[in-house]
Design a protein. Structure first.
Ligand code: ADP
Ligand code: TRP
Length: 321
């Protein structure tokens, strides 16, 4: 069984990325042949600074390895090191109805907001389909917001198989119910594009300030709060603290007597502690960049060895060979 997922190097990774995609992906690496990549081609649809792309790509590699991606168990690589994927994207685009892409949120949301949209952004789900199909992937662990893209991939693969004969594996998205949508500092979905993120690795003072700045309502500390489970700090605490600690905070908030300041202080401490081992590992990796580049190069070689025969199969079946 092949498991595959990708993440864009479009900015510092945050708790939404970690709990929605990275942790499930890391847990799955023991259960099959896992392929994880840094989607640098995809980042080109929204990031136009070459140095930032280089820097972010390395940062994602460091973050993912520090959080537990094990290159002995997973194939970890950079998307653009397997350029075959862009040829497959072209082939797939010829079977992709415009109407299918017009429905995709990635494009629809931006154009509805009047933001500039380029062809790459419109065609983004086709490249994503190529990413998934070129590795004969069975399972694609992603956050809720990517489910639609995996469904588009399935539609395209089914269409290709019908048109040109059995060629592609039909993949399944895998979405974790409890962390499908991690809330951000403002209660909306945590996202780089909304500026409401808590980074996995960041500067302590800044992160503390972000946590202490979470807006709460104006009820006094003494007031009982029957809706304690809806509290944003409690929801975030549940991601980073042990169950008994969460229950204790939630019970005290519900009963009254726990101030929001103390709750947020507790949240920050547990959040900081949750990533302390990963932080040490990341510092070690940052001091050994040759190793990191070596991991990506070895991953690219393995990924390419899988991609080339699949592309050949597709080329043959559609009459390019
Ligand atoms: P962003 O919205 O910050 O730009 P990406 O679109 O790059 O994040 O997402 C990378 C991965 O992380 C995807 O699998 C996505 O579903 C997941 N993800 C991003 N934000 C969240 C979130 N708030 N909750 C759960 N998963 C998320
Ligand atoms: N579009 C994904 C995101 O923004 C990243 C991605 C690119 C991806 N190709 C993929 C995820 C293939 C899973 C499978 O998060």
């Amino acid at each position: 069984m092949r498991i595959l997922s990708g993440i864009q190097p479009s900015g510092a990774l945050h708790l939404g990325n970690y709990f929605g995609m990275m942790r499930p992906a890391i847990e799955l690496q023991a259960r099959g042949e896992a392929f994880y990549f840094i989607a640098d081609y995809h980042s080109m649809t929204s990031l136009f600074d070459a140095d930032a792309r280089r820097r972010n790509t390395l940062d994602v590699a460091l973050d993912f390895l520090a959080c537990g991606l094990d290159p002995q168990k997973s194939v970890f690589f950079r998307q653009s090191d397997v350029p075959e994927v862009t040829e497959l994207a072209w082939i797939l685009s010829t079977l992709t109805p415009m109407s299918l892409l017009e429905k995709c949120h990635s494009f629809k949301d931006k154009s509805a907001k009047g933001l500039p949209v380029n062809h790459g952004l419109f065609a983004y789900p086709v490249l994503m389909a190529a990413d998934i199909l070129i590795y004969d992937s069975h399972i694609v662990p992603v956050g809720q917001d990517q489910k639609q893209h995996v469904e588009v991939t399935r539609d395209i693969a089914i269409k290709f198989n019908e048109q040109y004969g059995p060629t592609f594996v039909i993949p399944e998205p895998q979405i974790r119910g409890e962390t499908a949508k991690v809330p951000g500092l403002d209660g909306e979905k945590m996202s780089k594009s909304y500026g409401n993120t808590l980074e996995i690795f960041g500067e302590e003072k800044l992160l503390r300030k972000k946590v202490m700045g979470i807006r709460m309502d104006s009820r006094t500390p003494e007031e009982p709060k029957p809706d304690a489970d809806q509290n944003l700090a409690i929801q975030l605490l549940k991601l980073v603290a042990p169950a008994d600690v969460c229950l204790d905070f939630e019970t005290r908030l519900r009963a009254g007597g726990l101030g929001y300041g103390d709750l947020k202080k507790g949240l920050f401490e547990h959040y900081w502690e949750h990533f302390s081992d990963a932080r040490k590992k990341r510092a070690e990796l940052a001091g050994n960049l040759d190793y990191v580049h070596g991991v990506l190069a070895a991953g690219a070689a393995k990924a390419r060895a899988v991609a080339q025969p699949v592309l050949k199969r597709a080329r043959k079946n559609c009459g390019l060979e």
